[in-house]
Design a protein around this ligand. Structure first.
Ligand code: GLA
Length: 390
């Protein structure tokens, strides 16, 4: 499959740019296994960088511009490196433009290049296709420019591109996951000091993403409203972020908060603790704890944080009714998009079939189901030779 993908991209590169690509880079999407909206509260999140990724086939063009072809959308874009403005029609190119602008503001060399982009991360579905594009772009500029930068610093700059250039006030989760992924393990990320603990999921347990196929818009006002509620809660409680609020303190001072703010705070404080607990449960293969933690997380997302849509509720029911399910919950920012299930690996196929069938009956929508593995973070890779077996 990878060889076919590579061949398609190389063909498309030749057709558009009349030469061979000289450099290949990739960056993964991610799914959060636990820790919805905890990142901007500087809490914990258990994240899995996934085996669905964004590739760029690249050639330095010797000019001061970047020419792009987005294979998934069949769209082209070109922008000058010396006067980077926001694109209004090819919005996806703002992730590339934003990274270029931020790198320049750091005094880093940015060279013009031509690129074909292809992604197997479903677009706008809550699996961080945008962060994957930002991070693969940063890797390409780093390689072409010949400068060095650690993955953590790169994640932070890509987040800044999204916050300041694209204008989405996200936390660090997506870019961190895409830059720092490792094969074979999930990452328990401490969003305060950006340290991680690697978490090996016990044998026999796998991760299956279920896409509700009902669209989601992150830059919509709801995300910003949740953030504002959390900040308000922290301010009333006299701390700089909800990470600093122990659950006993929240329980004792809950009455000081407006009801909606109290609900948001309750969810975040519990969800951050659940991220740590789920890490331990997955490592130990403690199925009872996995089920309980995921159920608590979904209930909190629905009743306290209020980020669930009717499609998500239908999907949660479908996932919980499917064979081999251990736990099921929301993923990403919520409001539609993808959800995530922890499943007995032996049952993964029948799980997927059952979810598609019962979700369709309940919602009229045809779900997509992706079994995913852990994947390494953004990097250059060597293309396979065309005569290698597929
Ligand atoms: C989006 C944001 C992340 C994070 C999640 C919710 O993916 O980009 O920073 O806040 O939502 O956990």
């Amino acid at each position: 499959m990878d060889l076919e993908r590579q061949k398609h991209m190389a063909d498309s590169f030749r057709t558009r740019f009349g030469a061979e690509p000289q450099l290949w880079a990739r960056a993964p999407g991610r799914v959060d296994l636990m820790g919805s909206h905890t990142d901007y509260n500087l809490g914990y999140v258990l994240t899995l960088p996934i085996s669905r990724d964004t590739w760029m086939a690249v050639r330095k063009n010797g000019a001061r511009n970047v020419r792009l072809h987005a294979a998934n959308l069949n769209e082209d874009d070109c922008f000058p490196l010396d006067e980077i403005e926001k694109a209004t029609s090819t919005k996806w190119s703002n992730y590339v433009r934003g990274v270029a602008a931020v790198l320049q503001s750091e005094g880093l060399q940015t060279d013009g290049f031509d690129a074909v982009i292809h992604s197997t991360v479903p677009l706008e579905a809550g699996l961080s296709s945008s962060a994957a594009l930002e991070c693969v772009t940063a890797v390409v500029f780093r390689e072409l420019g010949g400068w060095d930068m650690e993955a953590k610093a790169m994640a932070t700059l890509c987040q800044r591109a999204e916050n300041q250039f694209v204008g989405v006030n996200c936390g660090i989760l997506d870019q961190y996951s895409s830059c720092l992924g490792q094969s074979d393990c999930a990452l328990l990320l401490d969003c305060r000091d950006l340290s991680t603990r690697t978490v090996r999921i016990a044998d026999g347990i796998c991760v299956v993403i279920c896409n509700t196929m009902s669209p989601r818009r992150l830059s919509g006002s709801e995300y910003a409203l949740r953030r504002a509620d959390c900040e308000r809660g922290a301010a009333i409680l006299g701390v700089s972020c909800l990470r600093d609020v122990p659950s006993e303190v929240l329980a004792a001072r809950r009455h000081e908060l407006p009801e909606q703010v109290a609900k948001r705070c309750e969810f975040i404080v519990a969800e951050s603790a659940r991220a740590e607990s789920l890490a331990a449960a997955l490592e130990a293969g403690n199925r009872e704890a996995v089920a309980r933690l995921c159920a608590e997380s979904f209930a909190g997302a629905r009743d306290l944080y209020e980020i669930c849509s009717p499609a998500m509720e239908a999907m949660n029911t479908a996932m919980l009714g499917a064979p081999g399910v251990l736990g099921a919950r929301q993923a990403g920012a919520g409001f539609g998009g993808c959800m995530v299930a922890i499943v007995e690996a032996l049952n993964a196929d029948e799980f997927g079939e059952a979810v598609i069938e019962s979700y369709q009956r309940a919602s009229g929508l045809r779900a997509e189901v992706y079994r995913v593995e852990a994947a390494p973070g953004a990097a250059i890779f060597q293309p396979q030779h065309e005569n290698a077996s597929v």
